[in-house]
Design a protein around this ligand. Structure first.
Ligand SMILES: [Zn+2]
Length: 728
């Protein structure tokens, strides 16, 4: 039986329907309010080498940081935020895992791998349903060191960072990182977590031209202004009301304080005090909190804000109560630098700080009252404060705590990787002196400048590193980098000799063997180079560098087919390897397979528009394919990027000549000869170009010289006769 509906007048019916709709809307709203408060996106920005006191919002009147200042104005700023290590990898490991360096085990750059047992912020957010991506710009954060864990996308593309003889610090500019991050953010489904790492304030300080001009006296601040500008573009791409933004740094920069130019050696506040600015949904506007914020608090704070539980092993704490304006106790902070210990055999530095005091455990310990002496220039004697003993024992407990904590001990595979990289076993200084870094800072400065200049100014680097080795003959890092500097200075056998010294002290690292192989190749000792590469490959069969260098060596020996095999092996190990693709493209070109060469070289140039050798080879491909205008454009770009590249100059000159622009070709041929030497190819090209522009005498001189180099060139002899017949 169907229920009989009460008869309603049209007016009543309309009213009833209206009431039902209102009720439904209210229920829906309640449901929405209850269920949603959609989870915020999370944007973590770490700006490498950024001192807090060089930002406008931290009181620097000369700073040009409007974007970060505005972020602080719409959020919370912590006046005192501290890092746990003055080095990129250890400090970032603390930021991402909430663990102190003894807990996560990453104690230096380039030599430690984050253990799997340490849970990362990215893993927590990914497991909570976030899309995750990271965009980093410095080699210490390369994926090989374990920082990629938990990220679905890990963009660590460093345009020139794949060189096995890489510089100590390869960087990517803020514009490039921002572009990549913004592209991802625009396409990401919410909620998402992005970590963006800017490297620009790190030395060398080279801001873009307009800022270089404005900050002539302090280019470091110019780099900061540059990152701030790029941060404006980054923040412009995110929805401010739905995104939690946290900006901090991995460490500061000493800028000459305590005799230290950059960072990495000491554990003073000059390199440990960093900014901490956050804003977004649920965060108060314009609050300044005096509570001490620590690197290990970053992950717990963000995890707490998105409503997840902070994993138990994390040693930091959520700072939401402080951001909400509640008074909470300051938590003490541990800091360390083992740079001198690991690389020179000196003493490691360990520090413990409270809001007011800092104690530094060194052969000559130091104690500072940060309230009256924030620059840490007037040490207090331990007897003057009763707290000193407490500080020391708290520090001791932190250092001892790592032993029994098996959850954070590196696994065997990681230990093996460390040994491979050369930092365990024989490559650490075998005769530690325990010297206090305070007493040797001048020497460390020479070491740093040697590391930084090994490739760019190898002669200077050799001088600096030789000075270090004269005092510390057992310092493996100095010797390793001197071997690189010798190689770049063209002193190949000296380079080989340095690596042999390292080998005599313990098993060589992968880097040692690749430097050795490359120096041997450049010295023409090809068979020995191949033998060194066999050892490198056995040490780490997953590393792409040994097959790449094997290909270079085999090509120098004329063994093209085997070189192709090695290049394909390298490409399988590192599908992003530009050198492998370029090498295969060159081999295809040598075989006359122009289309194949094009398909190999095009993605290399697209991926890195500054890859000069690839530009040149693709230009040759275009010439062969009958597209001289495209070829000319590629050669022009190559020469603009590297004006002293003889191959690029020669190809450009040749292409100009072939397209009927002999007059323009002449100076390019002359320049190619100046930088690349007098070759028959360059002299013949020059001769033809002169002949075509009516300079028969000049042409004859070039042909004559070419014939003295190789008298067998019949065509050139004929050209010389033509030139001689022309009226002068
Ligand atoms: Zn750093």
């Amino acid at each position: 039986m169907t229920p009989v509906a009460p008869r309603l007048t049209p007016e009543r019916r309309r009213r009833a329907i209206g009431l039902v709709l209102v009720a439904a809307a209210a229920a829906g709203m309640a449901l929405l309010l209850f269920r949603s408060r959609p989870r915020p996106n999370v944007l973590l920005v770490t700006i490498d080498t950024l001192r807090a006191d060089h930002l406008g919002c931290y009181g620097d009147r000369a700073a040009d940081t409007p974007v970060l200042d505005a972020l602080a104005a719409r959020g919370v700023r912590f006046t005192t935020a501290v890092a746990h290590a003055p080095l990129t990898a250890p400090s970032h490991a603390s930021i991402l895992t909430g663990l102190l360096p003894p807990g996560h085990g990453v104690r230096d750059n380039g030599s430690f791998v984050l253990p799997r047992s340490a849970t990362t912020l990215a893993e927590v957010l990914r497991d909570a349903g976030y899309r995750t991506a990271a965009f980093v710009s410095g080699f210490p954060l390369d994926h090989r060191f374990g920082f990629a864990r938990g990220f679905e996308t890990y963009d660590d593309r460093l345009l020139r960072g794949r060189d096995p003889r890489r510089a100590a610090y390869v960087e990517r500019t803020a514009a490039d990182v921002t572009r990549s991050a913004v592209d991802w953010i625009r396409g990401a489904r919410a909620p998402w977590f992005a970590w963006v790492h800017y490297f620009d304030p790190h030395a060398p300080y080279e801001p873009p031209p307009d800022l270089a001009e404005r900050f002539v006296a302090s280019p470091y601040d110019g780099e900061i202004a540059y990152v701030d500008r790029e941060m404006g573009r980054l923040l412009g791409a995110v929805d401010a009301s739905g995104t939690l933004v946290l900006v901090t740094a991995d460490h500061g920069e000493s800028l000459g304080e305590h005799g230290e130019a950059t960072h990495g050696v000491f554990v003073y506040d000059a390199t440990l005090r960093v900014p901490w600015i956050m804003a977004g949904p649920g965060i108060a506007r314009g609050r300044v909190s005096p509570v001490v914020a620590r690197g290990i608090d970053v992950a717990p704070t963000l995890i707490d804000y998105v409503g997840q539980r902070v994993p138990r092993p994390m040693q930091g704490r959520p700072l939401r109560p402080a951001a909400d304006g509640r008074e909470i106790e300051d938590a003490p902070a541990y800091a360390e630098s083992l740079f001198c210990q690991l690389n020179l055999g000196w003493a490691g530095l360990h520090a413990w700080r409270t809001a007011r005091w800092k104690i530094i455990d060194a052969p000559r310990p130091e104690l500072y009252d940060l309230a009256t002496d924030p620059a840490e220039t007037r040490g207090v004697s331990a007897g003057e404060t009763h707290g000193a003993e407490n500080l020391r024992s708290a520090l001791q407990r932190t250092l001892e705590a790592r032993g029994p904590d098996s959850s954070t001990a590196p696994e065997p595979a990681v230990l093996e990787r460390l040994r491979t990289l050369g930092y365990l076993g024989g490559s650490s200084p075998s005769h530690p002196t325990g010297r206090d870094p305070k007493d040797g800072i001048a020497l460390v400065e020479r070491l740093e400048s040697g590391l930084a200049e090994a490739r760019a100014r190898p002669a200077l680097a050799v001088q600096e590193l030789s000075a270090v080795l004269a005092e510390e003959p057992d310092a493996p890092l100095a010797r390793r980098y001197r071997a690189i500097a010798f190689q770049f200075a063209g002193r190949y056998l000296d380079s080989v000799a340095d690596i042999r010294v390292l080998e005599a002290k313990g098993p060589p690292s992968l880097d040692d063997l690749t430097v050795l192989a490359e120096s041997l190749r450049l010295a023409g000792r090809h068979d020995e180079a191949l033998a060194a590469l066999d050892r490198a490959n056995a040490l780490d069969p997953r590393a792409p560098e040994p097959p790449l260098l094997r290909a270079r060596t085999l090509r120098a020996m004329g063994r093209s087919e085997e070189a192709g095999v090695a290049l394909r092996q390298a490409l399988a190990l590192d599908p992003g390897s530009g050198e492998a693709r370029r090498g295969l493209g060159e081999l295809a070109l040598e075989r006359g397979a122009v289309d194949e060469a094009a398909s190999l070289l095009e993605p290399v140039v697209a991926g890195d528009p500054t890859d000069v050798p690839a530009l040149v080879k693709l230009g040759v491909v275009r010439m062969r394919a009958g597209r001289p205008d495209d070829a000319l454009a590629l050669f022009e770009r190559a020469v603009a990027l590297d004006p002293r590249n003889p191959e690029a100059l020669l190809d450009l000159a040749g292409a100009l000549g072939k397209s009927g622009r002999a007059a323009a070709a002449i100076p390019r041929f002359e320049k190619a000869i100046e930088v690349g030497g007098r070759t028959t190819a360059a002299l013949n090209g020059l001769g033809v170009a002169r002949l075509e522009s009516g300079d028969a005498g000049g042409a004859a001189r070039a042909f004559r010289e070419s014939l003295t180099l190789d008298p067998q060139q019949k065509g050139v002899a004929e050209l010389l006769r033509q030139a001689a017949r022309r009226p002068r």
